[in-house]
Write a protein of this length. Structure first.
Length: 101
């Protein structure tokens, strides 16, 4: 069942009504996002630690690697680039994200 095709929304995590049958272009609360992500993560052995921030970190390390630190800074909304440098991919083990896509 793919009810999200064609939905217009500014949000990655979009709310649904009628017990998940009708997508609506409004943002989920932070608590709701955490519950969805953690709920799915608990179903995969060894992934119980995954949180919404894990996705943010993964995406931003990929943006940094492919588009540069400045683009990552803009994407994250950081005012200071030193904050964005926390996502420095040079500190990651090569191949650590290969099986995540």
């Amino acid at each position: 069942m793919d009810n999200t095709e064609g939905i217009e929304s500014d949000y990655v995590f979009t709310a649904f009504e009628d017990f998940g049958k009708v997508p609506v272009p409004i943002k989920l609360s932070g608590k709701a996002v955490w519950e969805v992500v953690h709920g799915y993560a608990r179903q995969v052995e060894g992934m119980e630690h995954i949180s919404p921030h894990s996705f943010r970190y993964y995406v931003e390390t990929e943006v940094t690697r492919k588009r540069g630190i400045r683009t990552a800074q803009i994407t994250l909304g950081h005012k200071n680039i030193s904050t964005t440098q926390l996502y420095d991919i040079a500190q990651l083990t090569v191949g650590v994200t290969d099986d995540l896509v």
